[in-house]
Design a protein around this ligand. Structure first.
Ligand code: PLP
Length: 388
């Protein structure tokens, strides 16, 4: 069956997941094996060793490629990794010492740490700028620039970058410069960067794609066949592969991605509106608020605005600490994108590794990952905690 004309919700459930040929299992089996029998030396059914490939991983990789590549101009290829950072690490290995990567100045703390403390000592060059301003991007592209790296919405400041405009501007300057978008905050249901001109999409599938806070994983999807072959080589040569069970769990999560993202977005919209009116709140960072500087771009390039909200409290860092200690339904924890609501203080938790750098986040910033519980219970929880 050709699945490329199907809608997103259908692809999420079916693509790469046809009933198994041997027994007819409707859910693709979990191939919990490290190795595969040969009928003659070198003769296999397509798999020989699970670092190189595993059928459960193939099902996940092909599904992710279909979702991110749904509206891309050329076919997309997917690769799954043991974590989001393993995916980013593998992508950065495409580049050589002396080459330059232009990075958005608001990225996940672990990405910044990987760039600065692992790849910089190996000779790659990085600069961090406000990538939402085209003139700033143009000024910072050098002859040795090979990659532009961004998130949108960004973690944790929820800034929006126009992917189409940025990709076009970069390619106009030098068509060889590649554009990579970490699409973790939006998920392919809300935003598809490959259709907007990006060359790579990267995910921490730990977040919305897995969706249930029970598995760590990552992915790269690209429309460039040569880069895909090199990344596939690196995946096997360096070994950052996900376990078959982790692939199986992630696939299980993907089936409900569309309905989850609808509810995450609807709940977050209500909560952002409530917080925006609250006397204790100085600022709400949510791209779905008309007052957000990225609202128009987000409306154009995203299906909805997602489930992440950051707020700055009038009481600063101490008020932030009190708030996160007093919520009951919003659990104080790192990570995001699961069915349950989480709350955290990035400066002390997820983004502690950018302290003292140009990417430092405000001490009083609180980040909420709005879950899919009943929104009235979530509103009540925040109301009680803000009172305390
Ligand atoms: C969590 C996260 C990562 C890292 O992914 P892991 O699965 O934790 O390794 C990368 N980018 C963003 C935007 C994230 O939120």
């Amino acid at each position: 069956m050709s699945t490329n004309k199907l809608h997103f919700e259908t692809l999420a459930i079916h693509h790469g997941q046809e009933p198994d040929l041997l027994m007819g299992a409707v859910v693709p089996p979990l191939y919990l094996t490290s190795t595969f029998a040969h009928s003659d030396p070198g003769v296999t059914k397509g798999y020989d060793y699970s670092r190189s490939g595993n059928p459960t991983r193939t099902a996940l990789e092909s599904n992710l490629a279909a979702l991110e590549g749904q509206n891309a101009l050329s076919p997309a290829f997917g690769l799954a990794f043991s974590s989001g950072l393993a995916a980013i690490d593998t992508l950065l290995r495409l580049f050589q010492p002396g080459e330059h990567v232009l990075v958005s100045n608001d990225v996940y703390g672990g990405t910044y740490r990987l760039f600065e403390r692992v790849f910089k000592p190996l000779g790659l060059k990085f600069s961090y700028v406000d990538i939402s301003r085209p003139e700033v991007v143009a000024e910072n592209l050098y002859p040795e620039t090979r990659l532009v790296w961004l998130e949108t919405p960004t973690n944790p400041l929820l800034k929006i970058v126009d992917i189409q405009e940025l990709s076009a501007a970069v390619k106009a300057k030098n068509p060889k410069i590649l554009v990579a978008v970490d699409n973790t905050f939006a998920s392919p249901y809300l935003q598809q960067p490959l259709a907007l001109g990006a060359d790579f999409v990267v995910h921490s599938t730990t977040k919305y794609i897995g969706g249930h806070s029970d598995v760590i994983g990552g992915a790269i999807v690209t429309t460039l066949p040569e880069a895909y072959e090199r990344l596939k080589f690196l995946q096997n040569a360096t070994g950052p592969v996900p376990a078959p069970f982790d692939c199986w769990l992630t696939l299980r999560g993907i089936k409900t991605l569309a309905v989850r993202m609808e509810t995450h977005s609807a709940n977050a919209r209500r909560i952002a509106g409530y917080l925006n009116e609250h006397a204790a709140v100085a600022e709400v960072l949510y791209p779905g608020l008309v007052s957000h500087p990225g609202y128009k771009i987000a409306k154009k390039q995203m299906r909805d605005f997602g489930g992440m909200i950051s707020i700055i409290l009038k009481g600063g860092a101490e008020a932030a600490r009190q708030l996160v200690k007093n919520t009951r339904l919003f659990t104080l924890a790192e990570s995001l994108g699961g069915v349950e609501s989480l709350i955290e203080v990035p400066a002390l938790m997820t983004h502690a590794s950018v302290a003292g750098s140009a990417l430092e986040v405000p001490a009083g910033l609180v980040r909420l990952s709005v879950g899919i519980e009943n929104v009235n219970d979530l509103l009540q929880d925040l109301q009680d905690a803000l009172k305390a």
